[in-house]
Design a protein around this ligand. Sequence first.
Ligand code: FMN
Length: 370
Amino acid sequence: MATLMKTNRLNEILNRISSDTWPERFTELVREHLGIDLETTYGPRRLSHPVMVAPGQLTLRESQVMKIKRSGYAGCVLKSLVGEDQKGHCSMSFQRKKATWINTVYAEHDQLGRYPIIHWDGRADTRNLEDYLVFAKQTHWLDGPDFFIAASLLCHLPGPDEEFRQEEWHYSTKGLKEAGYQIIEIDFCPSLKIGNSLSEKENVLRWYRTVPGLIKYVDPTIKVFPKLLNLDLGLDFQLEMAQAAVKGGADGLVVANRIFLSSLQLSHGGLELFQRNLTQVKEIHRLFPNLSLSATGGIYSGRQILEYLLAGAKNVQLFSFLMGRVRTSFLLKTGHKFQQVLFELFFNPEEGLLVLMIKKGFTNIRELLG
Ligand SMILES: Cc1cc2nc3c(=O)[nH]c(=O)nc-3n(C[C@H](O)[C@H](O)[C@H](O)COP(=O)(O)O)c2cc1C
């Protein structure tokens, strides 16, 4: 189909959707009318398209996950569980911290308030293992061929002279597995203060080398996706973390968590995070072309999704654009924000993923992945 014809058809779909109800299965419409196949993967799982919701305050409850699914996202990752051992001991309990404030901030260049960034003082999930697993089990029925749900876990991370409390990792993984989860991301605490000393750096690499094995000890068929920390130790160290995870048996990587700002004692995102993570995705893909990468950080347009995919990510996870207050108006006037955001990412006539794919002559996501 010629580019002009496709662009006209895209406009027709755009008008149709804008004045009608948002179709949950918009990928079928795209395939039928534009000849574009958006299918991709997360590890062994098929995704109907590349856009997922990242772990955070939007994936704490079954009702939220249901809303994400009904809005047409390809999948989501549950808020990170802070695990414990069989006796209920949780060495990372300081991570079960309830937020006392949460704000949307905007970068100086963002006068219009188009790129919200979340600042807050919370951390991982506040529930104990038992309560968390009730939620995880209840929510798992939403996982299926058209919607993928990953779990996310954080357990004991030892200091340089300490051993791992393996029982926490084993027992919590067992719980997630019994709740139905076969793919687990690892959240390595973006708010942990890590220094530049050799022993601390070596210790972080030890975490990445060791944790995949602790999870696979429970069941070697579980797929492990460590999430890279974004430390201020330079790109080479980011690549060393990726290498350590691969050496430790990781099945893929999530690139990468937010940047910890020691001046404000909180983690930060936005376009700066996007640029940083894009470089990391490119470099990690160059080192490990067959490794399954999921990109996260600073996504506010289809163009950014395209850049992540061209850099080697198989899918993307967004959070702040969905949760933060966007001051500019959305193209889609009907429906709720989750739908408006997804519509913007795919159908925006200048910055949407579809128009950019049409202009570049791509007919499916696999072509982008190279
Ligand atoms: C309020 C908040 C809560 C988050 N909670 C988690 C979490 O529990 N586990 C995790 O791996 N990442 C967590 N993140 C990081 C997001 O999943 C995401 O990777 C990150 O914010 C970058 O994407 P964004 O720029 O679209 O927000 C959280 C981020 C925010 C702002």
